[in-house]
Design a protein around this ligand. Structure first.
Ligand SMILES: *Cc1c(COP(=O)(O)O)cnc(C)c1O
Length: 430
């Protein structure tokens, strides 16, 4: 029954340990599974010596790893178009530019995300406007509605912690107010809602393949869209405006201004091999997450983040909610005593929540930015986001490891249970 053994993951892990040494316990699944597949892809590139994704047709012996990576992402997600770039962050920038969002545009963003989603808005010339999340850990339709102004152009919806937002209600608001939906699915590659991959509900979307994601290219990101014009714009924007037509880079046309967000063939090679492993990682993740949830669901004081479509969960995190911030803090303290590791308490210990973004709230920058010059509907130092504070305060997320054995999962569940029982006064929350 245990898929880890059936799918041959244990031998891969041993191989990995042998070659690269001990695993970093904070890493997510993709990096647990480096093996001969990644090495082969890299060797293909090194044999031709063409590390550049464009041109050099004669020397490259038909090796096109960036294109392979894009094709794997299209296969996984069902996207019509995919364009690989240097990072998830630059993929968010492509998603904004290709969707036509820029100077002076108000973009609704969540206060709980990797900060790249908000930075990308700022560097596009846009104005981030923070709205509330809910128990899905993502922006809520209600939260979005409350901060809409006549200058609101877009919603930057971030699918957090491997799960997905409440798409029905969000799509309704987006349509009602004629907003552009952009999805940062940076940490939700492999996640879907009712059969559609996250990242494909909006005009443009993107995934990250950094070292901590379900699949990694080392550094890398992929822009996705079903809109041909958005794809063409992102393709040029990510490479100084080049149209990539013909076989002579020097003679190409440049339909728009751009910059260098290119991915190298080496990174793309790793990304392609890793993307092929995602269905297998996801199915094991789901088993591990389910087992943990089954073991914890009856523990008084424990509940879980809402998953709008649990059959589409990439299951990279077990997202546990405690009754309130105070009890979550006590559980975190008890985890230290019980030797529980491998979790994120985003409220205080990570960089993913607005409480840690003092520089952003004060718009401290190396140089003046458009956002400094536009009127802003919010004072970022006086934001009132009680729901987001409450949800993130209650949230503890465990990174699911696909190389766990069944007994490791079981032991973790026991330790979590013990820690919660010792630290949460359930009578106070009855
Ligand atoms: C990881 C992440 C990014 C940034 O990706 P990088 O590849 O690290 O640049 C952007 N958004 C979200 C939601 C992420 O989790």
């Amino acid at each position: 029954m245990w898929a880890a053994i059936d799918l041959g993951i244990i031998p891969v892990r041993i191989h990995y340990l042998f070659i690269f040494g001990a695993l970093n316990t904070e890493c997510m699944p993709g990096s647990e599974l480096f093996g001969k597949e990644e090495k082969k892809e890299i060797d293909d590139v090194l044999e031709t010596g063409i590390l550049f994704r464009y041109n050099h047709e004669a020397q490259r012996k038909n090796i096109w790893k960036a294109r392979d990576f894009e094709n794997e992402v299209k296969k996984m997600t069902g996207a019509k178009y995919a364009h690989a770039v240097s990072s998830g962050s630059t993929a968010v920038s492509c998603a904004l530019a290709a969707a036509g969002i820029g100077a002076g545009d108000e973009v609704i963003v969540p206060p709980f995300t990797y900060i790249a989603s908000v930075e990308a808005v700022i560097f596009s010339g846009g104005i981030p406007v923070f709205a509330e999340i809910d128990e899905t850990l993502c922006l809520s339709a209600e939260g979005i509605k409350k901060v809409i102004t006549p200058r609101t152009k877009a919603v930057m919806l971030v699918h957090m912690c491997g799960q997905m937002a409440s798409m029905d209600s969000i799509l309704k608001v987006v349509k009602e107010y004629n907003l552009v939906l952009i999805e940062d699915a940076g940490q939700a590659f492999g996640s879907s809602y009712q059969g559609t991959s996250v990242g494909l509900f909006g005009k443009t979307g993107c995934y990250s393949f950094d070292f901590f994601k379900i699949a990694t290219a080392g550094e890398g990101g992929v822009f996705v869209t079903n809109d041909e014009q958005c794809y063409t714009l992102a393709d040029s924007f990510s490479d100084h405006g080049h149209d990539h037509l013909g076989a002579n880079r020097g003679m190409e046309q440049h339909p728009v201004l751009g910059f260098n967000f290119r991915i190298s063939e080496l990174h793309a090679a790793v990304g392609a091999a890793q993307t092929r492993k995602v269905p297998q990682i996801r199915s094991i993740n789901r088993q591990h997450k389910q087992l943990l949830m089954d073991r914890l669901k009856n523990v008084p004081g424990v509940s879980f983040a809402d998953i709008p479509d649990s059959s589409g969960d990439s299951a990279t995190f077990l997202n546990m909610l405690l009754p309130d911030t105070e009890s979550a803090g006590k559980v975190v303290e008890e985890f230290a005593k019980q030797g529980v590791t491998g979790f994120n308490y985003w409220y205080t210990n990570m960089y993913h929540f607005i409480n840690q973004w003092g520089h952003l709230k004060s718009l401290k920058a190396a140089a003046p930015l458009p956002v400094h010059h536009y009127p802003k509907p919010q004072d970022y130092n006086k934001l009132h986001l009680p729901k987001s504070q409450e949800v993130v305060g209650r949230l503890i997320s465990f990174g699911i490891r696909c190389t766990w054995t069944e007994s490791e999962v079981s032991a973790l569940a026991d330790k979590i249970k013990t820690s919660v029982k010792k630290s949460v006064d359930v009578k106070a929350y009855a």
